[in-house]
Design a protein around this ligand. Structure first.
Ligand SMILES: Nc1ncnc2c1ncn2[C@@H]1O[C@H](COP(=O)(O)OP(=O)(O)OP(=O)(O)O)[C@@H](O)[C@H]1O
Ligand SMILES: [Mg+2]
Length: 391
């Protein structure tokens, strides 16, 4: 299961203990980060940060250099300690973990990808990816199997015997990602992983990340200073400025209701039609039935949700098609199989809205939005797409 992260009133300060105490008081009195530094010499890197990251979410933190992004992500695996406040993973306080539990959390549950790859130059690609498993004392055979699978996931299957120096920047970053994926972490932390790459490779890597995320049960926290990148990949985004979160929301929230002029400026250069995807505006459908329901149960569900039709999934939540209330009228059928209609549009959740619009044309029903595994993730209507692009 992917992890839920709860950040509660988190402040991270750098300085001597005594000075930090004074700085915390100044925070409570409403002084700015600049004033606090001048008065106490303390750097306030994160100030009163509060938010939740949902399981499975691709959560992006964006902000200018020095705004506190790396400090935050490093606090998520306790490379930094909160000066005040707490972080909870699936409801459990990180600060309360025993040494042993913390070690296990770092080794098994969470992985981190860095901007500057951090590969070991004297080790081959495969040996680099094996490294985290080596530390966990996993046996050689299993290490190699898992590392090969991770390399395949990032498209580097044929490079396992190469040395890092023989690879391009994009390929090195892929090795870094494979190394982070090798223990199949439920929480993946990525600190500006693509900032050192040129724009074309960067875009390719963003698409690959979306694709990878589409087929996994994993929470991802991704840091960038590029708003276009943030909006291209983020389900939700937190914009940081001077240690604080200025705004948090979906890309559409930012376009619709920018919190202030700073946010407006920040998103001024973003091209909405090249950013917004089906996943950004889809809704959770209420009118969902499973194929093994009786016609009567399905009718009740549609009545309860005031729908004339319903989406049909199997027990694994895979989307199968839809049924129409009219067809089921008075039927006593034990299964929905014979009513199933399969001949209508579906959308992949990473489809750009501009492309979705072309595909849907004038469909009047809600359309199912699916991930790579054909799971029903949400629904969307033609009108909603038009409205989102027009705003
Ligand atoms: N270990 C540390 N000791 C002292 N100050 C630190 C430490 N780590 C970070 N800082 C300070 O905290 C502030 C926030 O730094 P942080 O690295 O979190 O910013 P960032 O948003 O990641 O910036 P960038 O985009 O440049 O990576 C900076 O003023 C930085 O100098
Ligand atoms: Mg940083």
């Amino acid at each position: 299961m992917a992890k839920q992260v709860t950040v509660e009133n988190l402040s991270v300060l750098f300085g001597s203990d005594k000075a930090k105490e004074q700085a915390l008081k100044m925070i409570d009195e409403g002084y700015s980060v600049g004033d606090i530094r001048e008065e106490t010499g303390v750097t306030v890197a994160n100030m009163n940060v509060n938010f939740d990251i949902q399981p499975d979410e691709l959560f992006v933190i964006v902000g200018l250099s020095g705004s506190g992004k790396s400090t935050f992500i490093r606090t998520l695996n306790l490379l930094n300690k909160p000066t005040r406040g707490d972080i909870k993973i699936n409801g459990e306080s990180l600060l309360g973990l025993s040494k042993e539990a913390l070690r296990s959390y770092r080794r098994k549950d969470v992985s981190m990808v860095f901007q500057h790859f951090g590969l070991l130059s004297h080790r081959s690609v495969l040996e680099n990816v094996e490294y985290p498993l080596e530390i966990q004392k996993v046996n050689k055979k299993e290490r190699i199997e898992k590392s090969r699978a991770a390399l395949e996931q990032v498209g580097l299957k044929d490079w396992e015997n190469s040395m890092p120096s023989e690879l391009s920047g994009g390929m090195r970053q892929r090795v870094g990602l494979a190394r982070a994926l090798v223990n199949d972490p439920e929480l993946l932390l990525m600190d500006e992983p693509y900032s050192a790459l040129d724009p074309l490779i960067r875009r390719e890597m963003q698409n690959e990340l979306l694709n990878l995320d589409d087929s996994s049960e994993r929470t991802i926290v991704f840091i960038t200073h590029d708003m276009n990148e943030a909006f291209r990949i983020g389900d939700r985004i937190a914009l940081m400025r001077d240690a604080e979160v200025v705004q948090i929301g979906t890309p559409l929230d930012f376009f619709k209701n920018p919190a202030n002029d700073y946010v407006k400026d920040f998103i001024a250069d973003v091209d909405k039609s090249r950013i917004l995807k089906a996943r950004n505006i889809m809704r959770k459908p209420l009118n969902v039935v499973t194929l093994d329901m009786t016609a009567k149960q399905a009718r009740t569900k549609m009545e309860d949700t005031q729908s004339e039709y319903a989406f049909v999934v199997n027990e694994d939540k895979e989307y199968l098609g839809f049924i129409v209330a009219q067809d089921l009228e008075k039927s006593e059928a034990r299964s929905l199989k014979k009513f199933l209609k399969e001949d209508h549009h579906v959308l992949r959740r990473n489809t750009y809205l501009s492309d979705a619009l072309k595909a849907l044309q004038s469909s009047t029903y809600d359309v199912a939005v699916l991930d790579k595994k054909q799971h029903l993730r949400g629904v969307i209507s033609n009108d909603e797409i038009i409205a989102a692009l027009a705003e």
